[in-house]
Design a protein around this ligand. Structure first.
Ligand code: ADP
Ligand code: MN
Ligand code: MN
Ligand code: MN
Length: 332
């Protein structure tokens, strides 16, 4: 074939939480995916009388869904004068990443999500509820896990797209799962997380299943869905000296971070279900009821990384990695 299919992926202006969009361009083989455009008035990003927005390709991956020469093309959204659109949160991250690049910040992001079939979580009974939580986390067997074939297909797709996916696991609530991206620098981690989310929706689509990043998809005694964000700088990977400074800086900026860690964070960070209340900052070794957890191996080795457990599943990694980089690196 003398052409290939390029799936252009971008983030819309939907409120309160932006979502993914994509469309296909047929490109001559041997050519890079060019700058393209779309109708911003259909994505809550522009008025009808001035609707054109620009898709600027920023990362290209092999497309594991279509295979062959097909590509996934992650984009930034710009105005026609090539300035970033207000919904483009990658642009401000670029500046912060550049400013603090000497600290070599790394991020490993744990994306939790929930499968739905119609209006119920996948595999849940039509009436009532499944057995209470307890056996589902990292469970095995048809009575414990729902949707593994989709999760396996997604993992393969991420690997085939060349993403730095580091693992998957079944979560505490049945039909809830997690994958991890990283560790990578803030821009790569964020780009790859968005592409991995797109692949999740796209692959689940073929199974007639939807995946949601709702931070509390089922009310009551069921775990919410988070996006734990593990973070280190070069100095933290070498010694314990900066751990305290990093945690103090995060404490000082707790309110700013909470406000930007995903819509509905108060529904999830209740203080129950392995969360710390959004109202109060806390930190501790091995503590899954704290805002910031120091993994036990890092406390033992006196180096490594910290886990920010506050971000919601529906957070924007461009915003979260920018805030953490800025807050911590400006204090070191
Ligand atoms: P949990 O025990 O919280 O479920 P996971 O194994 O799901 O932990 O996720 C841990 C994450 O930490 C992984 O995504 C991994 O890539 C990331 N990670 C490991 N080392 C570092 C580091 N030095 N800096 C940032 N992230 C890291
Ligand atoms: Mn995890
Ligand atoms: Mn988890
Ligand atoms: Mn975690």
């Amino acid at each position: 074939m003398s052409v290939y299919k390029a799936e252009y992926i971008w983030i819309d202006g939907k409120e309160p939480t932006h979502t993914l969009r994509s469309k296909t361009k047929v490109v001559p083989l041997g050519e890079e995916p060019p700058v393209w455009g779309y109708d911003g008035s259909s994505t809550n990003q522009a008025e009808g009388r001035e609707s054109d927005l620009v898709l600027q390709p920023i990362a290209v991956y092999p497309d594991p869904v279509r295979g062959g020469d097909s590509k996934l093309v992650m984009c930034e959204v710009l105005h026609t004068d090539l300035t970033p659109h207000r919904s483009n949160h990658r642009a401000p991250l670029r500046e912060v990443a550049e400013k603090y690049k000497s600290h070599e910040p790394w991020f490993g992001i744990e994306q939790e999500y929930t499968f739905f079939e119609g209006i119920s979580p996948l595999g849940w009974p039509d009436h009532g509820f499944p057995a209470p939580q307890g056996g589902y986390y990292c469970g095995v067997g048809a009575d414990e896990v729902y949707g593994r074939e989709i999760v396996e297909a997604h993992l393969d797709a991420c690997i085939d797209a060349g993403l730095s996916i580091s693992g998957i696991n079944a979560e505490v609530m049945p039909a809830q799962w997690e994958f991890q991206i990283g560790p990578l620098g803030p821009i790569d981690a964020s780009d790859q997380l968005w592409v991995a989310r797109w692949l999740l929706y796209r692959i689940a689509e073929d199974f007639g299943v939807s995946a949601t990043l709702d931070p509390k998809p089922v009310k009551g005694d069921w775990n919410g869905a988070g996006c734990h964000t593990n973070f280190s700088t070069k100095s933290m990977r070498e010694s314990y000296d900066d751990f305290d400074k990093a945690i103090k800086a995060l404490e000082k900026n707790h309110d700013l971070h909470i406000k930007n860690y995903g819509d509905g964070i108060d529904r999830r960070l209740t203080g129950l279900h392995e969360t710390a209340s959004w109202k109060e900052f806390s930190a501790g070794v091995s503590n899954r009821g704290a805002s910031i957890r120091i993994p036990w191996q890092c406390a033992r080795d006196k180096k490594g990384y910290i886990e920010d457990r506050r971000p919601n599943a529906n957070m924007d990694p461009y915003i979260v990695t920018r805030l953490i980089t800025d807050t911590v690196c400006s204090a070191l």
